[in-house]
Design a protein around this ligand. Structure first.
Ligand code: ADP
Ligand code: ZN
Length: 212
């Protein structure tokens, strides 16, 4: 099973992808998390990507495509994977088809722009393992600490109001056209994102036809 989860920034892709990873037993691949790790490790990829992330624009297609290519060639991807944040542009989706990768489905999580700003300002991420949290909708058991690894929870540098607006603009201009792309291929499934995490999960499982 190979699937991609699409949706606006802060729409809950990462959180749902984590749950699906457990539920379906296939790996979760977040291009955003890979890029942020590369930035903190100061790798050549990270150095090239940093300015784009900080201003809320997309990292160039060729950079992200080679990164994903490398990641999905690892042995843990043989049984399938959940792509979170990729493809994010039509050229990325075309490149994936060009590599001979046939997705089983493209899941779109729908959230209105107005809800996004509130969600993103409450979002936190584990500095160590990148697990996603939200102070209100998905709080950790111990304040400020990751449930999984005990790492410190931080606010991402791009979760500030001006950058959030830029990311929404980029989403509507460059990522939303992918809905049509996958609809034309008969792969599009849609789930409404809700305030309550468990409601979103129910919609996601229903959209994927997973028994609950
Ligand atoms: P969000 O969906 O909340 O914006 P992500 O972690 O998915 O969070 O992405 C954060 C940033 O990483 C994006 O704003 C972009 O700069 C970069 N990025 C992630 N995935 C891609 C991609 N497929 N193509 C280009 N840039 C990407
Ligand atoms: Zn952690």
């Amino acid at each position: 099973m190979k699937l991609t989860i699409m949706g606006p920034p802060g729409g809950g892709k990462g959180t749902q992808a984590e749950l699906l990873e457990k539920r379906l037993g296939i790996v979760h691949i977040s291009t955003g998390a890979i890029i942020r790790k590369a930035i903190s490790d100061k790798t050549p990829l990270g150095l090239a990507a940093e300015k784009y992330i900080d201003e809320g624009s997309l990292v160039p297609d060729d950079v992200v495509i080679s990164m994903v290519k490398e990641r999905i060639s690892q042995p843990d991807c043989e049984a399938g994977y959940i792509l979170d944040g990729f493809p994010r542009t039509i050229p990325q989706a075309e490149a994936m088809e060009g590599m001979g990768i046939d997705l089983d489905c493209a899941l779109n999580i729908v959230v209105e722009d107005d809800a996004i700003v509130e969600r993103l300002s409450g979002r936190r991420e584990c500095a160590v393992c990148a697990a996603p949290y939200h102070v209100k909708y998905n709080p950790p058991k111990a304040e400020g600490k990751c449930d999984k690894c005990g790492g410190d929870l931080i606010t991402r540098a791009d979760d500030v109001p001006e950058t959030i607006r830029q990311r929404l603009r980029v989403y509507h201009a460059q990522t939303e056209p992918l809905k049509r792309f996958y609809e034309e291929r008969g792969l599009l499934r849609t789930a409404r994102g809700c305030e309550e995490l468990s409601d979103t999960t129910r919609n996601v499982l229903e959209a994927l036809g997973v028994r609950q």
